[in-house]
Design a binder for this molecule. Structure first.
Ligand SMILES: O=c1ccn([C@@H]2O[C@H](COP(=O)(O)OP(=O)(O)O[C@H]3O[C@H](CO)[C@@H](O)[C@H](O)[C@H]3O)[C@@H](O)[C@H]2O)c(=O)[nH]1
Length: 330
């Protein structure tokens, strides 16, 4: 297929580009390069620099490149930043989705695979979380993802644009050939922050809160390895084209690990005694997010290969050891 990957130079998008190319798709990337990850642009994909909100540019690319399907990875995704800068999130995420769907309508492109989030559920009433659990986000970020899903729903009804929303739990790890890893700026994610501290030995790692209603008081999350996550995207695209039906799937492993358990896994994998400070809670963090991913496994035939935290950690550690400064090194 001819696929446009928007946000294809980001952490998750660049792994999608790599996998789509490996599976003989023709891939075009559109990325604003706000993160400066020019080195993550795959040389085998045709590249356009630009913003998803530029619907004229998007529409032109869709027509010119005869695109058949779009994967959208171009939303802002940091929970704490969204609490501090909500307007930035509503503007980029919601306006970006509207512009993209308008461009797709204009260019008559019918298929969209979208990165949604477990942050749409807010504080779940029961675990693990199924796709029909109520959507009650507690951060502006989570709320933008709910709004984006709703916009997709109505664009399907009115314009026949079929979409799959993949609600990610916590994505982590690196590409198995060591080419792509996690490097945000500023870095706010748990596993990269632990491993950066392991590499630098700065002793500055902090856990945000130990007074949550969880097994050890720290937040519980479900860590899905990035290549497993992208396998689900490829399966979702095939399913969408085959069934011509919009749908939503959780992507997680169904195993929940507390922040302290993740630190333990890092200590075991790295063999480094990573010191930490126990800090106050961070705004926008639900106690526990653990996926029921039976729907993706049954309907899409998804089989994540990394089922435990140490596997995911080992994949992340390989990249952090070889890229102590992230993408700035190479
Ligand atoms: O230095 C750090 C960084 C994070 N945490 C904690 O680690 C947990 C995980 O945080 P983080 O890695 O920032 O991920 P989340 O905030 O859970 O959000 C991720 O996972 C969500 C789904 O669960 C996605 O929607 C988001 O896009 C993605 O950033 C939370 O309890 C944080 O408070 C720390 O204790 N110390």
């Amino acid at each position: 297929m001819r696929v446009l990957v928007i946000g294809g130079a980001g952490y998750i998008g660049s792994v999608a580009v790599k996998k789509l190319i490996e599976q003989n798709n023709d891939v075009v990337v559109l990325d604003a390069l706000y993160t400066g990850h020019r080195k993550a642009v795959n040389p085998k994909a045709k590249f356009y620099q630009g913003d998803i909100e530029n619907k004229f540019l998007v529409s032109q690319i869709l027509r010119q490149e005869k695109i058949e399907a779009v994967m959208h990875f171009a939303a802002y995704s940091l929970v704490p930043e969204s609490v501090q800068k909500p307007l930035k999130y509503y503007d980029n995420n919601v306006s970006g989705m509207i512009a993209l769907l308008e461009a797709m309508k204009d260019a008559d492109v019918k298929y969209l695979v979208f990165s949604s989030s477990a942050a749409t559920y807010g504080i779940p009433k029961k675990l693990p979380i199924t796709e029909d659990s109520p959507l009650n986000p507690i951060s502006p970020y989570g709320e933008t993802k709910v709004m984006m899903e709703k916009i997709m729903h109505w664009a399907d009804k009115a314009d026949g644009i079929k979409s799959i929303a993949l609600r990610y739990f916590n994505v982590a790890g690196a590409a198995s050939d060591g080419s792509i890893g996690e490097d945000h700026s500023p870095e706010t994610h748990l596993i990269p922050n632990i491993l950066k501290s392991a590499v630098s030995g700065d002793g500055k790692f902090t856990i945000f809160g130990n007074d949550y209603d969880t097994k050890d008081g720290t937040n519980v999350r479900d860590y899905v390895q990035i290549e497993d996550l992208i396998d689900a995207h490829v399966l979702a695209l095939k399913y969408l084209v085959k069934t011509n039906k919009s749908d939503v799937f959780n992507l997680g492993t169904a195993h929940g690990y507390s922040n302290l358990e993740i630190l333990q896994a890092a200590r075991k994998v790295t063999n480094i005694e990573i010191p930490y400070t126990m800090g106050p809670r961070r705004a926008g963090d639900p106690d526990s997010l653990v996926a029921d991913s039976a729907k993706a496994r049954t309907i899409l035939g998804w089989q994540p290969q990394h089922e435990n935290a140490e596997d995911v950690m080992a994949s992340a550690w390989k990249w952090h050891q070889t890229h102590p400064q992230g993408y700035a090194d190479k």
